[in-house]
Design a protein. Structure first.
Length: 201
């Protein structure tokens, strides 16, 4: 059984990115995956403090807060779904806080030992779900490849993208049948561990 962890990065509980991720995760669960979802905005946590404890004796982030169980769940997952709207050309602050805390997954000598950069098992899949209000599809295309690059260091050797543009108002994603169909198809694929998952170099 594939273990899927979904992190909802929107401050809106039923925002467009959450609706898209919900369709994906419901489909994945129906296809046999074990799905765990965290709403980041409902958790109390801090960003990385730069203490470097995780690069000393500690094998995990030493901060004990709302992200502690999230980081542990991600450690053992097969698929990580990161859902976010585009805010000022970026992921939300809620999601960025989690991403920065992923620094704890890197080994102490990650910068010099490319063969052993991560404490995580290799072969994981990263799936980004992005809801963009702006209709121009050529804008903000750097978000996904930039983060896929760094997550590849962490052992997420496969990456997928579900992106919808012109979903500005609350509920817009639910009106886009083609977006929801793509989300459901991707959910089934991720549950099955399809060979069609694209490797990120």
């Amino acid at each position: 059984m594939r273990r899927v962890v979904c992190l909802l990065g929107s401050p809106r509980k039923s925002g467009n990115s959450a609706q898209m991720a919900g369709a994906l995760c419901t489909s994945a669960a129906s296809a046999g995956a074990q799905v765990t979802t965290f709403t980041l905005n409902a958790l109390a946590y801090r960003g990385c403090q730069g203490c470097l404890a995780c690069k000393g004796k500690a094998e995990a982030c030493v901060l004990k807060d709302g992200l502690t169980p999230v980081l542990e769940a991600v450690r053992t997952c097969d698929v990580l779904v990161l859902a976010t709207p585009v805010y000022f050309g970026e992921v939300t602050a809620q999601l960025k806080g989690f991403i920065d805390r992923c620094y704890s997954y890197l080994t102490p000598d990650y910068a010099f030992n490319k063969e052993k950069r991560t404490r995580l098992a290799p072969g994981k899949t990263l799936c980004f779900v992005i809801a963009q209000g702006h209709p121009r599809e050529d804008l903000f295309t750097d978000i996904f490849p930039r983060y896929a690059y760094f997550f590849n260091w962490l052992g997420f050797n496969h990456s997928r993208l579900l992106r919808a543009c012109k979903v500005y108002h609350l509920g817009d994603a639910l009106k886009r049948a083609e977006v929801l169909d793509e989300a459901r198809a991707l959910g089934r694929e991720l549950a099955a561990g399809s060979a069609a998952e694209a490797a990120t170099e």
